[in-house]
Design a binder for this molecule. Structure first.
Ligand code: CMC
Length: 432
């Protein structure tokens, strides 16, 4: 087949140059501009990567206009309806859904890595009791590289494999430990007879004093939320993981970098920001005044949990979680909760408002996840940590894909420099 080319011409009479165009299996073609600087002495300028594909990937596909999300080709709706989180994790990591034997083996290996090094209990005690769980996660996950030296050789496939199992298995334990440390309760050791999600809920809400009763509706809701958050293509935190990984940094350090990036309110921190916003609005009667502030961009006011860089249609994850949210509220009988009533009223008003309609701002996954977490009695400061727990699977898969990519180079963007040009040093007594 004839190679497709893009021709770049210049208004200053410089000769035009051709660049190859590559097509993926689905989605927009890309123009390969890697030789642009060599051919023209110019860079592309794309702050925020609005038009830049940073890598080849075969993990997750998003069509933002149509509201489609596929993990390894499977629609998110089908996976959320039919799979456990660990099945989806296997799919994301290995490219195929596991058969029964593979599934059992995978569950067993993950469950064998759930405990953390005992010395980590002491490590936790270095944090203040009121430390934000995301601060704890950044520190503790980065510190895994100090506890598990035997799985940081990134060039050894087996070592990468073990690091992946350790991260997936230990994130629920570390996340629950961050919660217990905050609340002053003793750490709960993992119970490997439980499923991944049951075990997490047990370590979060169980105490040594009494039996923890699992509620299947809550377990299923949590399973779904984790599935919905497991991967999302080249978002900010995943790109952070890849950038850190491109330097040869070890996987624990890379995932810790991803956690830091996820923390921001424009990204994973949005679920926490939604609840803070609802608290600030306080009452349904204050919604119009709040919407007015948002529309006037008064003091950077934003409707948190709305809008997305890629989805310019309903976030498909939001549709699924909205249903789950109603199931959980029904089960827990908390429909009359003030914040929940407020969220539902806010959603209705925003969806009918011209400002949001014309900018294609729809509720995203984090608008509802925060409400579900709140209903489950999870403290607001833990919300983003739960996102990190789920996204760890995607980060690892993307990191492994990066390491295996023969085209991989250290990530090193350039800049449009607009600072001072060359000038000579002036001794302090001669400066103005
Ligand atoms: N509330 C009010 N106005 C908004 C919002 C919002 N949530 N989001 C975007 N806009 C406006 C924005 O001010 C701009 O208006 P104008 O055209 O008048 O200048 C227009 O919509 C386009 O916005 P943008 O900033 O160019 O969009 P972006 O693609 O750069 O930003 C976003 C995407 C997700 C960062 C942004 O929508 C946002 O900050 N939303 C709130 C935070 C949030 O919920 N984030 C979670 C995203 S989903 C979970 C995840 O993947 O991490």
């Amino acid at each position: 087949m004839k190679e497709k080319l893009a021709t770049l011409s210049f208004s200053d009479g410089s000769p035009s140059v051709d660049f190859p165009i590559f097509g993926g299996t689905v989605g927009p073609d890309v123009i390969d501009v890697r030789s642009l600087y060599a051919k023209t002495g110019k860079f592309t300028f794309d702050p925020g990567f609005m038009s830049t594909a940073s890598c080849r990937s075969s993990i997750t596909y998003i069509d933002g206009d149509e509201g489609i999300l596929l993990y390894r080709g499977y629609p998110i709706e089908q996976l959320a309806e039919n799979c456990s989180f660990l099945e989806v994790a296997y799919l994301i990591l290995n490219g195929e859904l596991p058969n029964k034997k593979q599934s059992t083996e995978f569950n067993t290996i993950v469950s064998q890595h759930t405990m953390v090094h005992d010395q980590m209990n002491n490590f936790f005690r270095g944090f203040r009791r009121d430390a934000h769980p995301m601060a704890v996660l950044c520190g503790v996950v980065g510190a895994l590289s100090a506890f598990y030296h035997d799985s940081i050789d990134i060039h050894d496939e087996r070592s990468r494999e073990i690091a992946a199992f350790r991260l997936i298995a230990k994130l629920p334990t570390i996340t629950a430990m961050a919660f217990k440390y905050n609340s002053g309760q003793p750490f709960m050791y993992p119970k490997n007879s439980l499923s991944y999600v049951e075990n997490f809920l047990y370590m979060m809400f169980g105490t040594p004093c009494e039996e923890y009763k699992q509620n299947p509706i809550i377990t299923r809701a949590m399973e779904r939320i984790l599935i919905l958050h497991a991967d999302h293509e080249q978002n900010a935190s995943t790109s952070t993981v890849r950038l850190a990984g491109s330097t040869g940094a070890n996987p624990f350090a890379c995932i810790s970098a991803g956690i830091a990036s996820l923390w921001g309110p424009a990204h994973g921190g949005a679920n926490e920001a939604v609840l803070k916003m609802l608290d600030e609005i306080g009452d349904v009667k204050n919604i119009p005044a709040f919407i007015k502030r948002v529309k006037e961009k008064d003091g950077h006011a934003m409707l948190m949990g709305f809008g997305h860089r890629v989805y310019k249609n309903y976030d498909p994850r939001a549709k699924i979680i909205q249903k789950t949210c109603h199931e959980v509220l029904e089960e827990l009988d908390v429909k009359d909760n003030r914040l929940i009533k407020l969220a539902m009223a806010l959603e209705k008003i925003a969806l009918e408002d011209e400002y949001f309609i014309s900018r294609k701002l729809y509720p995203n996954v984090d608008f509802y996840s925060g409400i579900v977490y709140k209903a489950l009695g999870i403290p607001v400061s833990m919300f983003t940590a739960l996102f990190a727990l789920a996204r760890t699977v995607g980060w690892i898969a993307q990191w492994k894909e990066l390491i295996a990519d023969s085209e991989q180079k250290i990530g090193r963007p350039r800049q449009l420099f607009n600072g001072a040009t060359h000038r000579d040093f002036v001794p302090v007594d001669k400066r103005k």
